[in-house]
Design a binder for this molecule. Structure first.
Ligand code: NAD
Ligand code: UDP
Length: 308
């Protein structure tokens, strides 16, 4: 197949391009390089099955493809809050443009949604049936509400126009090719530990997250896109739940770093807990994350060690 990956030069997108090429597909990678980098796809540029298009998903685009993965959107809180209005436009206009294209081409289209649709959840772990607890007017809202609106658009195009959608809610995913200055917790801690800087834990560090290694997530994407039983929404993530203090301590242990842990103010609306309920993915895709946090962190540390 010929497959479009928007946001294909980013962290997840570049791994997805690798996987799709490995599976024998042609890949069109569309990205405006806001948080993505050519470096992430440099090894693919000489591949005749691969094409890079520098373009903003806010503006309509035309390519002839069989499938679309819509990943274009900054994902780390500092990046999506840098220009919040642009973040909403990217989510909403990007979804409309992908869905319009999918409708015309009768192409299957996957939306990279997020666990942020659950906001600061009052139910733990979060099943897909939970509607969430989201502040509509806070600093995270541009991302959370943008992604929620994109899900709405996907389901309306599906109901109204029979577009063949897949909506996946991604929980915190990490691994090689995260940006050093991304601002997300795993890259922050690893880079700080390797540079001998203080590890910045926000708040008391008792808030929890569940961390999925990138290879596991990409396997889930491809399996979800390949089946016809469900359009989602579908949670993908690793159910192992850790406090940020536990993550900081594990990072120090694995890097052998001598950094101190310091506390910084907790950002507004920072969710207190997050853990995916992946019963549906297990049943539907026979999918299960295979890489435990310690192993995934070791691989991520090795990557950043090579960069720093
Ligand atoms: P990333 O920032 O590395 O990748 C996003 C990519 O989208 C970048 O290459 C960026 O340049 C591109 N982009 C941003 N705005 C664009 C625009 N207007 N037009 C074209 N390209 C644009 O982040 P990531 O972690 O790889 O996330 C990829 C997708 O997965 C995002 O949609 C994100 O919301 C979603 N997601 C990721 C996680 C995670 O933990 N990594 C969790 C939930 C959801
Ligand atoms: N966090 C932290 N130190 C950092 C960066 C983040 O303690 O240097 C915390 C952050 O407050 C949040 C958790 O780690 O509670 C995960 O943050 P991230 O930005 O990675 O993802 P998200 O909040 O979107 O889940």
């Amino acid at each position: 197949m010929r497959i479009l990956v928007t946001g294909g030069a980013g962290f997840l997108g570049s791994h997805l391009c690798d996987r799709l090429l490995k599976d024998g597909h042609e890949v069109v990678c569309l990205d405006n390089l806001f948080t993505g980098r050519k470096q992430n796809i440099a090894h693919l540029l000489s591949n005749t099955q691969f094409e890079f298009v520098r373009h903003d998903v806010i503006d309509p685009f035309k390519v002839e493809v069989d499938q679309i993965y819509n990943l274009a959107c900054p994902a780390s809180p500092p990046h999506y809050q840098y220009n919040p209005i642009k973040t909403v436009k990217t989510s909403v206009m990007g979804a409309i443009n992908c869905l319009g294209l999918a409708k015309r081409l009768r192409a299957r289209v996957l939306q990279a949604s997020t666990s942020e649709v659950y906001g600061d959840p009052q139910v733990n772990p979060q099943p897909e049936s939970y509607w969430g607890n989201v502040n509509p007017v806070g600093k995270r809202s541009c991302y959370d509400e943008g992604k929620r609106c994109a899900e709405t658009l996907f389901f309306d195009y599906h109901r109204e126009n029979k577009v063949d959608i897949r909506v996946v809610r991604i929980f915190n995913t990490y691994g090689p090719r995260m940006h050093e200055a991304d601002g997300r917790v795993v890259s922050n801690f690893v880079v700080q530990a390797l540079k001998g800087e203080d590890l910045t834990v926000y708040g008391d560090g008792q808030q929890t997250r569940s961390f999925c290694y990138v290879d596991d997530l990409i396997e889930g994407f491809v399996r979800f896109m390949g089946q016809t039983h469900s359009v989602g929404p579908l949670n993908l993530g690793n159910p192992g739940e850790f406090t940020m203090m536990e993550l900081a301590e594990l990072t120090l242990k694995l890097t052998g770093g001598k950094s101190k842990i310091v506390h910084k103010p907790l950002p507004s609306d920072d969710p207190k807990q997050r853990q995916p309920d992946i019963a549906l993915a297990r049943r539907l895709l026979k999918w299960e994350p295979a890489v435990p946090l310690e192993e995934g962190l070791k691989r991520t540390i090795a990557y950043f060690r090579g960069k720093i």
